[in-house]
Design a protein around this ligand. Structure first.
Ligand SMILES: Cc1ncc(COP(=O)(O)O)c(C=O)c1O
Length: 394
């Protein structure tokens, strides 16, 4: 039977998180496992109005095929946003994609041959590991910590290997919640400035800052070497599947071919609705509201971790985004903790799938975007109980 499948799909696993989320269907289970934006914050009325307006303005044309690059006004809006941050982005260098996730797939398709080196954050975004895996690269993991990417680690990896891509999520990283400092970004830029490679800056969470100061995009340092991925998933709604890639001309031309081959174009109905929504509403007010709520929920999670976990359990302290990362003492297995936690009716994502070739069995990811403060406290207390039971067993 295996003979019928292409090699490229043979050892790519199903998404571990999507498997775990089946447990979350039990309404009594408190889930810190998902990576979903909070549905209660979706701007439903505003999007309903925008949808009606789009019908009125465009009529039947909204149901027609459209161009592959994406709605020009939306691309102009996105370009202006970058330009306000001091970057120089031309709408012609933006391709609208079916979420940033499609951007990862298209980049893999266009840039990667079997065995090509791809530097990955360790721990890294599962969706990127999965998307790139289909193109059979050689993954080159480099550790990230609260400061950003390990500079010596990156230097060593690039001395010993030829890398074609460096994949980064420098703001409120998924899964760890860490943010690269400006110094760290500058040091990375210096290391790669003379190398023939591209750095992907995947930034779906960057707007969701609830403390600290914004850092500079890698594109400030190395505009010609940086490919940026963006998305409306975390700041408006994920279900519309609207993301984008910003890339230099040569790359964008090839991405466009891959996009045409893949799905002709991203749904233009939802592109028009998002654009109409952006015209009629103050998106910054909405983003502030989302970030504030996530910040409060994150604080509540950190306070509960302090209260219900022993002091040898540590966690990251995110300044934004939706996740934090917990490290248990070295001998404690997050997978075993998971089994006990399910019995206590609370779930999280064990760290192992976020690593490509090392078993960091004592780490796990917690999501704080979807649970209010009282539920967070109950959930973390249950998790603390599960940990006590596990340690008593050991
Ligand atoms: C780091 C990262 N990149 C990309 C994506 C995919 O986002 P989109 O909904 O735009 O496809 C996610 C989604 O969780 C993510 O965490």
């Amino acid at each position: 039977m295996n003979d019928i499948f292409a090699d490229r799909i043979s050892d790519v696993p199903r998404s571990f998180i999507r498997e775990i989320l089946k447990v979350a269907l039990d309404p009594e289970v408190i889930s810190f496992a998902g990576g979903l934006p909070n549905r209660d914050l979706f701007p439903v009325n505003e999007l309903t109005n925008a949808t009606n307006e789009v019908f009125q303005i465009y009529g039947n044309d909204i149901f027609q095929y459209s161009n592959s690059e994406g709605y020009i006004k939306l691309r102009e809006y996105i370009a202006q946003n970058y330009n306000r941050q001091g970057l120089s982005v031309n709408p012609e260098n933006i391709l609208i994609t079916n979420g940033a996730q499609q951007g990862l797939d298209l980049l893999g398709k266009v840039l990667l041959n079997d065995g090509d080196g791809v530097v990955l954050e360790e721990p890294g975004y599962l969706g990127a590991i999965q998307a790139f895996s289909l193109y059979k690269p050689s993954f080159l993991p480099v550790q990230v910590s609260e400061q950003g990417m390990d500079i010596d680690g990156l230097r060593n990896v690039l001395q010993q290997n030829k890398a074609k891509l460096i994949y980064t999520v420098p703001n409120f990283q998924n899964p760890s919640g860490i943010t690269y400092t400006n110094e760290n970004r500058q040091a990375i830029a210096q290391i790669i400035q003379d190398k023939q490679l591209f750095l992907i800056e995947d930034n779906p969470y960057g707007d969701l800052r609830f403390s600290g100061e914004p850092a500079l995009s890698f594109a400030h340092y190395l505009p010609e070497k940086v490919i940026m991925l963006g998305s409306f998933s975390k700041i408006v709604v994920p279900g519309f599947r609207i993301g984008w890639i910003v890339a230099p001309d040569v790359i964008l031309n090839k991405l466009l071919i891959a996009k045409q081959a893949s799905d002709l174009h991203t749904c233009h109905f939802t592109q028009y609705i998002i654009y109409q929504y952006l015209q009629k509403n103050n998106i910054q007010d909405h983003i502030n509201k989302v970030a504030q709520q996530y910040g409060e929920q994150c604080q509540s999670m950190l306070a509960s971790l302090d209260k219900y976990f022993p002091s040898n359990v540590t966690s990251t302290k995110p300044e934004g985004g939706m996740f934090l990362w917990v490290t248990l003492p070295p001998q404690v297995s997050a997978m075993e903790l998971f089994d006990l936690a399910v019995k206590e009716k609370v779930i999280f994502v064990p760290g192992t799938p976020f690593y490509v070739n090392k078993n960091h069995g004592n780490t796990f990811r917690l999501n704080f975007s979807c649970t209010d403060k009282p539920t967070t406290e109950i959930g973390i207390k249950r998790l603390g109980n599960a940990l006590k039971k596990l340690q008593n067993k050991v």
